[in-house]
Design a protein around this ligand. Structure first.
Ligand code: CS2
Length: 497
């Protein structure tokens, strides 16, 4: 039996040749990016692109310092410390073949709760040109319906009271930018990598709202010195399973405590607006454009909403992974009709992009059986996702008197999903910042179905739209009396009007 090798800097040379390892000298890498939220997605995306730049072009002044803000981040912090910042990225092709490469671009890691001042100092350092974020769709602390910053959030109140031991990203950014201002260090770029329409605008709005109250003198300086480019980010990156860890050890002899697996597809489209310069990421396939809006619309409304469609339908039916749901002909036909009849008419001019090819490639990506993207991952935090992924389509379609029946059906499926039990009688947890409210509204909806649409912070005034309300009520009633596949068949065949 061959012995596997623990992943760390000293052991890189001992790994089998089929595992790609950094050939650049990691000691020469200079950190110029701080990244907050080192989850699997950051590790398959920005850190991957940056590693490519180092590996293929010898550009070494774009090292990443990862920062964990949440208690939850302690685990990745400890593991990356143990592995000298190294981890393995396993790309799973459609045909089942796999490639493994060790990523070396994260050269520092800080766990903020242990030393908040050190993190603030790091972000304020003149070497740092970009502070990038993956803090999730719900992390921007804006009320979905009103768009206003939520000052009632207890952690925000706490950060305003204790500015030097912050808990939130806004508390950290405000203090770091204040130091940059006071020391004349100059501005930097705040780069959101979350799935939000106008993610740069959203990041800016949230931060400006926060500093207006917390550090009013900073607002004008931020306006002058900090940029917030919008970006579309894409790579399907599931939760790492125990199997992935074991397979890596058996097939590639790498002992990695937390590798990342992902699909081969990758895309990053960014507005070229970097206050303090940027790595030449275009050399490794990142697209820089003047206006990212069409790309964002397309990706959020087709891919991310498509995920939610398959997630909700699949969860009710009892599927566990996205590929199972995407390969079910009833569900995939529903998805195709949703994309063609409800989303495509809202996308406007997409320049040179071939929408049909894009949609076909999405279905193929969803059907990748090797990715094992759990439906539970897709459905979690839906209260932050549905308003960004699905409801903009509904609003656009309602404005142009277009079809919204499938989107309304998915909202009804989400209502039923919050009952927490699938059609085989298996229960599952509702993992959502708004779980209490969702569960309560779903329970009430058994008597009074409209209750679900009355969650204002999610649906805003959609509850006043007669066409949407009727479509939702009819869908929920169908779902409560038939199995989800039956319902979907009726919708696909046009027998449910
Ligand atoms: C997913 C995304 O969280 C979700 O619901 O749709 O994480 C998706 O996998 C990525 O945005 C792909 O780029």
């Amino acid at each position: 039996m061959k012995l596997s090798i623990a992943l760390n800097q000293d052991n890189l040379g001992k790994l089998p040749a089929r595992v790609k390892v950094p050939s650049y000298n990691r000691d020469e890498v200079k950190t110029s990016i701080v990244h907050i939220g080192v989850g699997n997605f950051h590790r398959s995306h920005e850190a991957f692109y940056t590693n490519e730049l180092m590996e293929r072009h010898g550009i070494l002044d774009c090292g990443i310092c990862g920062v964990g803000l949440l208690d939850y981040d302690r685990r990745i912090y400890n593991i990356l410390k143990d592995q000298d910042g190294l981890y393995t990225l396993v790309v799973k092709e459609l045909d089942g073949s796999k490639s493994a490469r060790v990523i070396g671009s994260i050269v520092e890691f800080m766990f903020a709760p242990e030393n908040p001042i050190a993190v603030i100092e790091k972000m304020a350092s003149p070497d740092i040109k970009i502070i990038s974020l993956t803090i999730t769709e719900g992390g921007y602390n804006l009320n979905e319906a009103t768009g206003e910053f939520d000052f009632s959030n207890p952690v925000i109140i706490q950060d305003m009271k204790n500015p030097l031991s912050p808990k939130t990203v806004f508390g950290y950014l405000a203090q770091a930018l204040k130091l940059r201002m006071n020391r004349g260090v100059g501005g930097c770029t705040i780069q959101s990598c979350d799935n939000i329409q106008g993610n740069g605008h959203v990041a800016k709005k949230a931060l400006i709202n926060y500093v207006r109250h917390a550090e009013p003198a900073l607002e004008a300086w931020i306006e002058e010195n900090v940029s917030f480019p919008n970006a579309m980010v894409d790579r399907i990156t599931p939760v790492t399973l125990t199997d992935d860890i074991e397979n890596l050890q058996q097939e590639f002899l790498v002992e990695d405590q937390w590798p990342v697996v992902c699909e081969p597809f990758i895309q990053w489209v960014i507005e070229d607006d970097f206050a303090a310069g940027r790595p030449a990421w275009e050399k490794v396939g990142v697209q820089f454009v003047n206006d990212v809006l069409p790309y964002e619309n397309m990706k959020l409304r087709l891919l991310n909403a498509g995920h939610s469609v398959l997630g909700m339908l699949g969860a009710l039916h009892g599927y566990k992974t996205i590929d199972e749901a995407a390969s079910d002909p009833d569900f995939s036909n529903f998805l195709k009709d949703f994309m063609d009849k409800e989303v495509s008419p809202t996308l406007g001019d997409l320049g040179g992009i071939n929408l049909d090819d894009y949609k076909k490639s999405l279905v193929a990506r969803f059907q990748n059986v090797h990715i094992k993207d759990m439906i539970a991952r897709i459905c979690l935090e839906s209260s932050a996702k549905i308003p960004i992924f699905l409801l903009p389509t509904v609003k656009s379609q309602l404005k142009q008197e277009g079809n919204i029946s499938r989107a309304a059906f998915i909202v009804a499926a989400w209502c039923k999903y919050n009952d927490g039990i699938d059609e085989n009688g298996n229960t599952y947890p509702i993992e959502d910042a708004m779980s209490n409210e969702l569960i309560r509204a779903a329970a009430l909806s058994h008597q009074l179905p409209i209750r679900f649409l009355e969650i204002k912070s999610i649906f805003g005034d959609l509850v006043n739209n007669e066409a949407f309300v009727q479509a939702f009520l009819r869908s929920l009633s169908l779902l409560r009396s038939h199995k989800v596949k039956e319902c979907v068949k009726q919708i696909n065949e046009g027998t449910f009007k």
